[in-house]
Write a protein that binds this ligand. Structure first.
Ligand SMILES: *[C@@H]1O[C@H](CO)[C@@H](O)[C@H](O)[C@H]1NC(C)=O
Ligand SMILES: *[C@@H]1O[C@H](CO)[C@@H](O)[C@H](O)[C@H]1NC(C)=O
Ligand SMILES: *[C@@H]1O[C@H](CO)[C@@H](O)[C@H](O)[C@H]1NC(C)=O
Ligand SMILES: *[C@@H]1O[C@H](CO)[C@@H](O)[C@H](O)[C@H]1NC(C)=O
Ligand SMILES: *[C@@H]1O[C@H](CO)[C@@H](O)[C@H](O)[C@H]1NC(C)=O
Ligand SMILES: *[C@@H]1O[C@H](CO)[C@@H](O)[C@H](O)[C@H]1NC(C)=O
Length: 341
């Protein structure tokens, strides 16, 4: 076993390409490594040849459908995008593709330790702009992810992730981050440094109780945070336009006026299925509030200030504790708002 690991690292350091199934190698696999080591380095083959020689499955070069294993090349035969869908594992020879912009791996084993392999990190970090990892047990994102400075989209969903490293903050080009359907319990405070980030999806992380590390993010426009266990809404997000925090544990939204106050865009705030008992009078200070969903909360009255929110087009207040009279009064005072009660 130790010998196997030694050989493995030896091969990796010498920047050789070969398929590796996992860290836990059997003797026959060590033999295969030795054989594979005789493979010349990446440079001796075109990208397409490497796929034929080292990939344990067929890749369709004539379609770039994201629902089947396929790849696209540029005019020079370099592979620029690759989708690997429901295959056994991602071969390490992926590290040879120096022009790969987009890598989408779904339902396929992606050994976490690849992010320790110098060639993998060096080559892919200089070209990848889109990395999508879905429906696989990835578990831990290693801190070398921070070297992938060109990443604009990072998607790791249903990947059994338990934590995100601080180095995520070094992804200075990142615009979209999707970490939904994982087991995250915290978002590192370095997230604030991803200053290009406009869309963040953290839906369905049941253990997540707080997203306060996002407070003060300068450019976040859309935040999906449904089905977590979050107790407080974030604060001081001047560009926030769409906020989805359905099915959480929110009691208090008194800081709502600090959201989206740097933009005149129409706001859409959704707090369906929480534990809100009281809506803050500061609701009138939310700039251009257009849609507000408070269905399935514990409200029995709204502050009169809601009548001052002239921009409100739709208000949802179903399944609360309102009396019919209160609702009728609201309807009379808010003739330009559609109230779903
Ligand atoms: C792609 O399709 C063309 C024609 O349909 C065919 O000649 C070619 O061999 C195919 N290339 C690959 C890599 O399958
Ligand atoms: C998830 O991946 C497995 C293979 O690992 C596959 O059989 C299954 O269909 C995938 N599920 C979805 C929802 O794509
Ligand atoms: C949240 O959970 C509900 C109920 O389980 C589910 O119907 C809904 O699709 C989930 N939302 C998201 C964004 O996955
Ligand atoms: C937005 O709110 C913050 C306080 O949360 C305040 O410091 C800032 O001046 C406000 N900006 C605008 C444009 O109103
Ligand atoms: C309140 O309104 C609902 C539907 O409009 C009606 O079914 C219900 O009986 C009303 N309750 C009272 C106490 O008037
Ligand atoms: C409803 O909208 C009309 C047309 O924009 C406006 O004149 C009127 O003042 C509004 N009513 C209220 C109660 O805001």
């Amino acid at each position: 076993m130790l010998l196997g690991l030694f050989l493995l690292f030896n091969c990796l350091i010498q920047a050789q390409c070969f398929p590796v199934k996992d860290f836990y190698v059997s003797t026959s696999e060590i033999r295969n490594f030795l054989r594979d080591r005789l493979l010349p380095s990446c440079l001796s083959y075109s990208d397409v040849d490497l796929v034929h020689r080292t990939f344990p499955f067929k890749v369709d070069f004539n379609s770039s459908s994201s629902t089947k294993t396929s790849a696209k090349t540029d005019g020079y035969g370099n592979i620029i995008s690759m989708n690997i869908i429901n295959e056994e594992y991602l071969p390490l020879s992926i590290s040879c593709f120096t022009r790969l912009h987009s890598l989408h791996v779904e339902g396929t084993r992606f050994p976490t330790f690849y992010f320790h392999v110098p060639m993998f990190v060096r080559h892919l970090s200089s070209s990848l702009t889109d990395l999508v990892i879905k429906n696989t047990s990835f578990k831990e994102l290693l801190d070398t992810i921070g070297k992938f400075r060109h990443l604009e989209t990072l998607v790791m969903t249903s990947a059994d992730l338990h934590s995100v490293p601080d180095s995520i903050g070094e992804l200075s080009s990142l615009k979209t981050l999707q970490l939904s359907d994982n087991s995250l319990s915290a978002i590192p405070s370095t997230i604030i440094k991803t200053s290009c980030l406009t869309t963040f999806d953290i839906n369905n992380n049941k253990k997540l109780q707080s997203i306060q590390t996002l407070n003060g993010h300068p450019n976040l426009m859309t935040l999906f945070a449904d089905n977590c266990s979050i107790e407080d809404i974030p604060m001081d997000l001047p560009q926030l336009v769409n906020l989805y925090m359905r099915n959480n544990k929110i009691h208090d939204v008194s800081k709502i006026y600090t959201l989206g106050n740097g933009t005149d865009e129409r706001k859409n705030f959704d707090f369906r299925k929480n534990s809100i008992r009281y809506l803050t009078p500061f609701i009138r200070r939310v700039k251009n509030l257009c849609y507000l969903n408070l269905d399935y909360n514990k409200l029995d009255v709204l502050p009169m200030d809601i009548y001052e929110v002239k921009t409100l087009k739709h208000l949802w207040i179903r399944k609360n504790n309102f009396e019919n009279e209160t609702i009728n009064e609201m309807k009379m005072n808010m003739v330009n708002t559609t109230i779903w009660a």
